[in-house]
Design a protein around this ligand. Structure first.
Ligand code: ASP
Length: 364
């Protein structure tokens, strides 16, 4: 609470200083957008002592591979939308994360996958929920975005659409892993909650800014262990788990989906950033905002929305990238599997809180 208030005061002071001292146009010329990427592989109550060096190395290697795949697309001048897909596919294919292979089990012992993707250029969006036979749900979500007039398809209908669009039918056994099955069995035997057996949310996501100044966000998940009755979380809900708008930011979330839906987390963060920009455009026309201030503001808004989630009783985290290329993390759990890379040479993966550079540090 104090931290939030302090951040708020600093923010206010900085904004007031901006109004008081008009920036010099020559010095404040906006930098050409460069590329930036952030990824996550879930957040949660991560126990440092339970993490063996081998296990840690495995996660770090998987995160690094995803980061490298997305960064390569951006460094070569590719689009943000292609970069987020490239990063997410790697994590969907890894059994370490709760997306694609390695997805958690439903109460009935199946794996039901959700994914969504959004292009900040035109706010085109695609999502799928409850699919069981598509190896990379993020690619199906993107096909809904580009080859249908809809935003969200679910269940058998989404699978029929996939077949029509040429997706191979993946046998459901492909997604099953012994660790996830054991978690379901433990949950049933001991009447535990999903949080008790999983300790963390393993949803994966990526957000990116490309050299053309476009933003994109993507999220993919198996949901929560033991989900029933066709439960769908925030990951495939545009505005809750995923949002991208070139005017504000790109966000991907992981956490207790019901709370993220109720807060509308991803859209809420973007909306606050856009409202702030609109106010400055009107009240401070012609003045450039210091990029550092923009980062502090983005971090502040992300933290404030996550505090709202916490206040309702939920937990988890978000990654976001701003139009200036700042890659920011915010989570109210002890850790979040995460990574970020930028054109300025930032390249890091981290797991526990406090690791890596502070989120608000300018990257270039
Ligand atoms: N947000 C996901 C859900 O509620 C879970 C996760 O982040 O792992 O379905």
């Amino acid at each position: 609470m104090n931290k939030t208030m302090n951040t708020g005061r600093t923010l206010l002071a900085t904004i007031l200083a901006l109004f008081a001292a008009p920036a010099m146009a020559e010095e404040a010329a906006p930098e050409m957008p460069r590329w930036s990427l952030a990824i996550h592989g879930g957040a949660g109550t991560l126990d440092k002592t339970a993490m063996t060096p081998e296990r840690r190395a495995e996660y770090e290697a998987a995160l690094q591979a995803a980061l490298d795949a997305g960064a390569r697309v951006l460094a070569e001048g590719g689009s943000a939308i292609d970069a987020v897909k490239a990063a997410v596919i790697i994590m969907e294919d890894s059994p370490l994360f709760n997306a694609g292979k390695g997805a958690v089990f439903t109460w009935e012992g199946t794996n039901e996958l959700d994914a969504s993707i959004m292009d900040g250029r035109d706010r085109s969006a695609g999502a799928v929920a409850g699919v069981k036979t598509v190896k990379n749900p993020i690619l199906l979500a993107d096909t809904v975005r580009t080859q249908s007039e809809h935003v969200m398809l679910m269940g058998a209908g989404a699978e029929a659409f996939a077949v029509e669009k040429g997706f191979a039918v993946t046998p459901p056994e492909y997604f099953a892993t012994p660790a996830r099955r054991e978690a379901l069995e433990r949950m049933k035997a001991k009447q535990l909650s999903a949080l008790d057996v999983d300790h963390k949310f393993g949803t994966v996501g990526a957000v990116a800014l490309d050299r053309q100044g476009n933003l994109a966000a993507a999220t993919s998940t198996g949901g929560m262990t033991g989900k029933r009755w066709g439960r769908v979380g925030d990951a495939p809900i545009i505005g809750a788990g995923t949002y991208a708008d070139n005017r504000s930011c790109a966000v991907s979330a992981t956490g207790w989906g019901e709370y993220f839906i109720r807060v509308g987390v991803a859209h809420e963060i973007c909306a606050r950033l856009r409202a702030r920009q609109e106010v400055l455009d009107v009240l401070a026309a012609g003045m450039e905002t210091d990029p550092v201030v923009k980062t502090v503001e983005a971090q502040y808004f992300a933290d404030a929305v996550m505090a709202d989630v916490k206040q309702l009783g939920g937990d988890g985290g978000v990654i976001l990238v701003t139009p200036e290329g700042y890659a920011i993390f915010s989570f109210n759990t002890s850790g979040m599997y995460r990574g970020r890379a930028t054109s300025a040479g930032v390249n890091e993966v981290a797991i526990f809180g406090g690791e890596g550079k502070p989120s608000a540090t300018p990257d270039h």
